[in-house]
Design a protein around this ligand. Structure first.
Ligand code: ATP
Length: 516
């Protein structure tokens, strides 16, 4: 007991002496001497404890915004925490395929290794000193991650390792996030969860073409530095064209699933004007595909240049009727071609990082060349009628077969017939419970034969109509010929002055030229 008392009294006097010396040192020591001693004492401490610690606080900045770095670290450490830490915390994550993310609880420590360097992470909580009343109770508890490593690894840890952690954390968030399908109803985007099952595996098209598109997408997704180097915004435009039912929408879904991107399905007819269009674009996020389907029908963007030209001609002719018609058109179409072109490659189209823009159309020839020129729509992809290779993909998808004796017949028929993958897919679907692969393929053969027959009839009908039209033209030409010749004869015989209309005169002149 005596021993204990003595020890306490010795400790007390030691502390009192230390405090006295510190007060003397702080008050009477010259400033330059003080900083010299302090720097030496720090060196001594770092020799005794050669580790560096870095803190990453949860809330930063004037408005105490949740730090992106903190969130990335939390996600990065999530997997390690669940295997190493003994006490875990469940965090609810919005819009994620894993709605509950586990993270380490206060004072738990996990280790990590990078390029052979060992580091330690621990999460700490700062509790406010006074328990005073606050309007922001959630701000009272602040957490931070503390990273500890040996000072000899400072360069690698502060450089490569930390950026690896932040990048990987963000990448995990992107991988886990639930993707969105956004549509513009009024002035704003609204969204649902995007769950389309299409993939490049299920897409029926030639493998070479498919591979080419996949490689293009991969190159784009890895092209951040390249786009920065060439001074272009990190975006790419795809024009998908082909008849209805050839898989344009399926291709967009496959692209989104492959890239892990959100889809913004832009309905141009719901956009009031160019300003609203711009605002909608700014609201789209990075890693997204902006789609304008059936661009040829979206608005009258396709023929505006032509119409403008026609209007100028009509105005020159002072044609009031056509002026009125054009005026009416102008007031209806608020989004203009130039507005859309600006949407694609205007200055503000570069904000927000990687984005893909896709236009689809059934009638590529109707589009204004300015809209789809290379550079705007970088890659033009034709989706066409079903060939043997595409059929095999559908057979695998729908019937789980890679080969069948009927494939040969189907291959020949597909070579001769234009049938869309949508029609093939529809016929491959078993209609009754006991429909096996053979039954479905036979049904498909019947359907292709019917399509072939119909196409033949249609072609014959078209040929007949064409022949009729040509015959009619020929007859008209002969009649006019007879008329001109009799008039010419009359002039020659009687010397009568005959008034000939412009068309006849032109024909006569042409004929004379030919004779000459
Ligand atoms: N190339 C394809 N690969 C796989 N399935 C396809 C393909 N083309 C069409 N389909 C099937 O047909 C259906 C319709 O296809 P999709 O909507 O993608 O065609 P589309 O070309 O976008 O048609 P539209 O021009 O009418 O919008 C899809 O749900 C899919 O089941």
């Amino acid at each position: 007991m005596m021993m204990m008392g003595e020890t306490w009294s010795q400790l007390g006097s030691l502390i009192a002496t230390a405090m006295f010396l510190w007060a003397m040192f702080d008050k009477y020591f010259p400033h330059h001497l003080r900083s010299l001693i302090l720097s030496h004492s720090k060196k001594l401490a770092s020799f005794v404890y050669p580790y560096i610690q870095i803190k990453f606080h949860e809330f930063t900045g004037e408005y105490l915004k949740r730090s992106e770095a903190y969130a990335a670290i939390e996600t990065y450490l999530s997997e390690k925490s669940s295997s190493e830490a003994k006490s875990l915390k469940a965090v609810v994550v919005k819009d994620s395929s894993q709605p509950v993310q586990l993270s380490m609880d206060e004072n738990e420590e996990v280790t990590d290794e990078f390029e052979g360097i060992k580091v330690w992470w621990v999460v700490k909580k700062i509790t406010p000193r006074t328990q005073s009343f606050s309007f922001y109770p959630e701000m009272e508890e602040k957490r931070y991650y503390k990273l500890t490593f040996h000072k000899s690894h400072q360069q690698i840890v502060c450089g490569k390792y930390i950026s690896h952690v932040l990048q990987e954390g963000k990448a995990i968030t992107v991988r886990n996030r639930q993707r969105k399908l956004c549509i513009n109803k009024s002035r704003k985007w609204s969204h649902v969860t995007f769950e389309h099952p299409a993939s490049f595996d299920t897409l029926a098209m030639e493998s070479k073409k498919k591979e080419d598109i996949i490689n293009d997408l991969i190159k784009f997704s890895q092209g951040k530095e390249y786009y920065a180097k060439i001074g272009k915004p990190w975006k790419r435009g795809y024009l998908l064209y082909g008849p209805p039912g050839t898989g344009k929408s399926s291709m967009i879904a496959a692209m989104a699933n492959f890239m892990n991107y959100d889809i913004y399905d832009l309905e141009l007819t719901n956009v009031k004007d160019n300003t609203q269009l711009r605002r909608l674009l700014i609201e789209t996020t990075s890693k997204s595909i902006i789609v304008i389907e059936d661009i040829d029908c979206s608005l009258d963007l396709t023929g505006q240049r032509k119409k403008k030209k026609e209007r100028v001609n009509n105005e020159e002719k002072n044609d009031p009727a056509s002026k009125m018609a054009n005026g009416e058109e102008e007031s209806n179409s608020k989004v203009t071609l130039s507005g859309l072109l600006n949407f694609i490659d205007g200055l503000w189209s570069a904000c927000g990082g990687e984005r893909i823009i896709v236009f689809t159309t059934n009638y590529v020839e109707k589009l204004d060349p300015a809209l789809i020129r290379r550079g705007r729509m970088d890659k033009h992809i034709e989706l066409s009628y079903c060939g043997l290779e595409a059929f095999k993909v559908l057979a695998r998808n729908y019937l789980d077969i890679d080969s069948h004796p009927l494939f040969v017949t189907i291959g020949h028929l597909l070579e001769e017939t234009n049938i869309t993958p949508a029609d093939v897919a529809e016929n491959l679907m078993p209609k009754a419970l006991n429909d096996d692969a053979g039954t479905c393929l036979e049904k498909l053969i019947e359907a292709i034969k019917t399509a072939k027959e119909e196409a033949k009839k249609k072609a014959e009908e078209e040929a007949r109509l064409k022949a009729e039209k040509e015959e009619r033209k020929k007859q008209e030409a002969t009649q006019e010929d007879v008329k001109v010749k009799s008039l010419a004869k009359e002039v020659k015989e009687n010397g009568v002055e005959v008034v000939i209309d412009d068309k006849t005169l032109a024909k006569e002149v042409k004929e004379n030229e030919v004779i000459a």
